[in-house]
Design a protein. Structure first.
Length: 317
């Protein structure tokens, strides 16, 4: 019904000329007449003579049907085009999301399971009240892992998640170029707006800090700000927030994005993970280093490869 209404509105705005309508009517009328003739001859040679005897009824019926078809066939064509465009855009964004998912996914060697983060749970609770979140933090804290977890959780909640890795768009400068890069047949904002109105949509934009020295950064910031104005669309931007990025991120904060810090792992979490890997009673300096997820992964990886003898080296370093 939604597609029909949209197609009807579009056709109303693109009203055909009288000549176009008459030509369409004539073609349909002739085709229907030929079809009726073929069917009547096929069923009974005398049936066509019977039809001809209804000299007024048959043309009137065919004319009525032709008028209806001339009016509604373009609408049904628009419905088909809208559905095809909807399906095509969905597949393109799913493909880009899956590519970003692979490039952003944690490449861990010592940690063999996903660490549940409080930041993920907080954003899931907060996004229902506030649709604009900026997840910030220094390198190695697992910001991208939180973004990946959010995509997984929002999929379970029947959202349509769109995950962008800003590093993949290094040659893009404008929204139009971004749409072309993604091979979309329409503007990316139109696609996201449609998904926001038809189903809840979440845009997770990661690695924004990688664009702070290019026009792409401003373009993605503008995209994020425009998206939060659309009903049914939520945005999570992920970036470092140092003096280098503050000018890039300032428009987001001014537009109402709520900054959520991505914190280090707490002592208890690090100690539990280390003990699960066989490192009993880990020293404090190892726990301190393990608060950074990348360092924790490195420690666990070294310990698995070298065994307990490496503990002294970890303590010394």
């Amino acid at each position: 019904m939604r597609f029909f209404r949209k197609a009807l509105i579009k056709r109303t705005k693109q009203r055909p000329t009288l000549q176009t309508f008459l030509l369409r009517f004539l073609i349909i009328f002739v085709l229907l007449a030929c079809l009726v003739y073929a069917i009547s001859i096929r069923l009974d040679p005398n049936a066509f003579k019977t039809l001809l005897s209804q000299i007024y009824l048959v043309p009137a019926v065919l004319s009525g049907i032709s008028i209806l078809l001339a009016l509604f066939i373009p609408i049904f064509i628009e419905i088909f085009k809208e559905k095809l465009l909807f399906w095509s855009s969905e597949k393109i964004l799913e493909r880009e999301t899956n590519s970003a998912y692979r490039s952003l996914g944690p490449k861990m060697y010592g940690l063999h399971k996903v660490i549940q983060r409080e930041e993920t749970n907080f954003i899931l609770r907060r996004i229902s009240e506030h649709n604009a979140i900026l997840l910030s933090g220094s390198a190695g804290l697992g910001k991208s892992a939180v973004g990946i977890a959010l995509v997984d959780e929002f999929r379970k909640m029947n959202y349509f998640p769109v995950l962008f890795d800003a590093r993949r768009f290094e040659r893009v400068n404008t929204i139009g170029e971004l749409s072309n890069y993604l091979d979309l047949q329409e503007n990316i904002m139109e696609v996201i707006t449609r998904y926001g109105t038809q189903k809840s949509c979440i845009l997770v934009l990661d690695q924004l800090d990688s664009t702070c020295e290019s026009q792409l950064g401003e373009t993605l910031v503008d995209l994020a700000i425009e998206c939060i104005k659309v009903n049914g669309v939520s945005v999570v931007v992920i970036s470092r927030h140092t003096d280098i990025e503050k000018n890039l991120l300032r428009p987001l904060l001014e537009a109402g994005f709520e900054e959520v810090p991505c914190n280090e792992l707490n002592d208890e979490t690090v100690r539990t993970i280390l003990e699960e890997h066989g490192l009993d009673n880990p020293p404090e300096n190892v726990i301190l280093s393990g608060k950074n997820i990348l360092m924790l992964d490195l420690i666990c990886s070294i310990f698995e490869e070298e065994g307990p003898d490496v503990l002294d080296q970890l303590v010394d370093n």
